[in-house]
Design a protein around this ligand. Structure first.
Ligand SMILES: [Zn+2]
Length: 237
């Protein structure tokens, strides 16, 4: 299981340190938006620790797989000690960065979601994605990512929900893997990548990594912020 709440908490703390792009942007009109990256995955990459343990990892990714044998084989290749429980096997990789293959824009799903008593708001930052009766209509969210983040933090706007589906370049036969995130920084990366992939349809190589920094809050507490990052590596025609 992923723990977006814990992760988001860490990310909200770290925003004190990381500037947010003020440029207006959206994923409007891009084919992948709102389409769930579907299909079976053999495992998931998590930027946060397992349930019951600190959300922040001090290195690597937590990889969870349902197959003990496949987990052992991949951990043997990537490094890390597998532990197996009732829900599967997982381990922490020794590296923060992996080269991955995305099948195309459809491998990235991004949406902004609020679920509450007043109902659901599901949009791409600019337009409603559902329900079908209002899909495509202006959703009323602010025009920039920094304003959307501020609105969300104030309880007045939706949060990102990101799904990635990918294979590892060094072990393509081991995949596909999935990753879920609610990171605002990754949201901006996704926006950039989808912008470059707009109108294309084919596999591309990207770098998936974690930025990790610790800082001291005004209350004197050390907080580790960790943010998944995605950067396109292959050139797009
Ligand atoms: Zn909206």
């Amino acid at each position: 299981m992923d723990h977006p709440g814990l992760l988001l908490h860490g990310l909200s703390e770290v925003s004190l340190f990381f500037a947010v792009s003020a440029g207006a942007s959206s994923v409007r009109g891009r084919g992948a938006c709102g389409n769930r990256s579907s299909g079976r995955v053999v495992g998931r990459f998590h930027a946060s620790g397992p349930a019951g343990e600190p959300a922040a990892l001090d290195h690597g990714w937590r990889v969870s797989m349902s197959s003990r044998e496949e987990a052992a084989a991949l951990a043997g290749l990537l490094g890390g000690d597998v532990r197996t429980g009732r829900s599967g096997s997982e381990w922490i990789t020794r590296r923060d960065r992996f080269e991955i293959t995305l099948d195309g824009p459809q491998s990235l799903d991004f949406r902004m979601v609020t679920r509450g008593r007043q109902g659901e708001h599901v949009c791409d930052g600019v337009r409603h994605l559902r329900p079908a009766t209002i899909a495509g209509e202006a959703c009323g969210c602010p025009p920039t990512w920094s304003q959307r983040r501020a609105a969300s933090r104030a309880g007045r706007g939706p949060k990102p929900e990101i799904t990635l589906r990918f294979r590892l370049v060094e072990a393509p036969e081991a995949g596909p893997f999935g990753m879920l995130s609610s990171s605002w920084v990754l949201t901006e990366d996704i926006d950039t990548v989808l912008g470059r992939l707009d109108g294309t349809n084919g596999p591309v190589t990207a770098g998936l990594s974690i930025d990790r920094r610790s800082f001291i809050t005004p209350a004197g507490i050390e907080v580790v912020g960790q943010r998944p990052r995605l950067r396109l590596l292959s050139s797009v025609p």
